[in-house]
Ligand binder design. Structure first.
Ligand SMILES: [Zn+2]
Length: 146
């Protein structure tokens, strides 16, 4: 890895993989050395890949490198999807906590009493908390299993 690198390199790699680089990104690449180098290398590899598919049944080293890169990127994306899901679960739990806090302060006295009686029933609260925590984790496990 060279010392010079750019935050938008992975964005550029995605765009090149899709075969479309937007005008805004294109103008950034024109002014950014790491990005323009990446574009030159990736374009050559993409050409290689196209040629390899067209001409030879055996993939070239460049095509294999490209495939490895794509697989690694997909793994990274899957990992970030998982952490996003965990983040959503935490957000959901926090939102539930905020809702309970708000309800406790603003609703009619009768309803507040109902909530208070629920709060006394700790096994129910425990079951609810377990469900809130377990449901997203179960979903996460299901997604990870694929
Ligand atoms: Zn750049």
């Amino acid at each position: 890895m060279s010392a010079a690198s750019c935050m938008r390199e992975s964005e550029l790699l995605d765009a090149l993989g899709r075969g479309f680089v937007g005008a805004e990104l294109e103008s950034h690449v024109a002014t950014c050395l790491p990005c323009s180098e990446l574009q030159a290398v990736a374009s050559a590899l993409l050409d290689d890949r196209v040629k390899a598919i067209r001409e030879a049944p055996v993939p070239t080293a460049a095509a294999m490198w490209w495939r490895m890169q794509m697989r690694r990127r997909q793994e990274v994306q899957a990992a970030s999807r998982r952490s996003l899901l965990i983040g959503q679960a935490v957000t959901l739990a926090a939102a539930m906590a905020v809702m309970v806090a708000l309800f406790g302060g603003t609703v009619a006295v009768e309803l507040r009493e109902v909530i208070a009686s629920i709060r006394v029933s700790s096994p129910l609260l425990l079951a609810l908390a377990t469900w809130i925590i377990a449901a997203p984790i179960a979903g996460w496990v299901a997604i990870r299993g694929k």
